[in-house]
Design a protein around this ligand. Structure first.
Ligand code: PMP
Length: 282
């Protein structure tokens, strides 16, 4: 297995990061996960542009453009002969003596990337998954895909311990997103999903789903919705790079609709698969 560390392709066993790397000490960095189907990245450039935006929001300058990163990732995928899986990459604010204040401009970001074989979650996509509810205790810049994931981790762990796939997060009465995915509901044929603001990560999958809706004339609203709307929804689905469009059939021990994946969710899954095949072949 090959990995990239600081722009260099190495064998994984040779990869090393300093103990005073700011990612390790502070979570001072940003990351992306890109899906790979048939050896090709799906929505790769969208992810890499978001990475550049996340970096800018934390006042970090990336040494590569999204286009340059795209070709580096293509190289890594091909070296590792990856067919179906993911590419992970992160940039931290580099290595320097521990200090909350940013290091000077002479300290370069640490860049790490690697690939992983991950199958499409075919079975849960067919049957649907269960979710718990959890108060969203994260900070107010959830639009940044930063390495600080403790809030997400604590919620996801709670879900896992309850035998559930996801924790649906809410700030008081308002549903925001999931611990590791965006959450949308369907009511009377209309998809409702939280607007892209500082309270959620604007998922590339979420954006792709909305683009599909626009093209297919499926109505949607981008607005905050309440816990009451969630519990009376006809359908609930989670969306994300590795989970694609995932039906949620039970929330907090209560069935969603008739407890089966809904028709709108099913339709989106089909259209999403068509989009994957259009970009990556089949
Ligand atoms: N929200 C959170 C908190 C996430 O971690 C993710 C990524 N898995 C998403 C939403 C979905 O984003 P994307 O579709 O870009 O993977």
């Amino acid at each position: 297995e090959y990995v990239i560390v600081d722009g260099e392709v190495l064998d994984r066993t040779e990869a090393k990061v300093d103990i005073e790397d700011r990612g390790y000490q502070f979570g001072d960095g940003v990351y992306e996960v890109i899906r790979v189907y048939n050896g090709k990245m799906f929505t790769g450039i969208e992810h890499l542009k978001r990475l550049a935006e996340s970096a800018e929001k934390i006042r970090m300058k990336l040494p590569y453009s999204p286009e340059e990163l795209l070709s580096r990732m293509e190289e890594l995928i091909s070296k590792n002969e990856l067919d179906t899986g993911t590419v992970y990459m992160q940039f931290t604010r580099g290595t320097s003596p521990r200090n909350h204040v940013f290091p000077g401009g002479n300290v370069a970001p640490t860049f790490v990337a690697y690939t992983r074989k991950v199958a499409r979650p075919v079975d849960p996509m067919e049957k649907g998954v269960r979710a718990i509810l959890d108060e969203d205790i994260r900070w107010l810049r959830c639009d940044i895909k930063s390495l600080n994931l403790l809030g997400n981790l604590l919620s996801k762990q709670k879900a896992a311990e309850a035998g559930c796939f996801e924790a649906i997060l809410h700030r008081g009465e308002t549903v925001t997103e999931g611990s590791h995915s965006n959450i949308s509901i369907v009511k009377d044929g209309v998809i409702i999903t939280h607007q892209a603001d500082n309270h959620i990560l604007n998922g590339i999958t979420r954006q792709k789903v909305l683009e599909i809706c626009r093209n297919e004339g499926i109505p949607f609203e981008e607005r905050a919705y309440t816990l009451d709307e969630l519990s009376s929804a006809d359908e609930v689905f989670s969306s994300g790079t590795t989970v694609e469009v995932m039906p949620v059939v039970e929330v907090a021990g209560k069935p969603v609709g008739n407890g089966q994946p809904g028709t709108v969710t099913r339709k989106l899954q089909t259209l999403f698969k068509t989009e994957i095949e259009r970009q990556c072949g089949n």
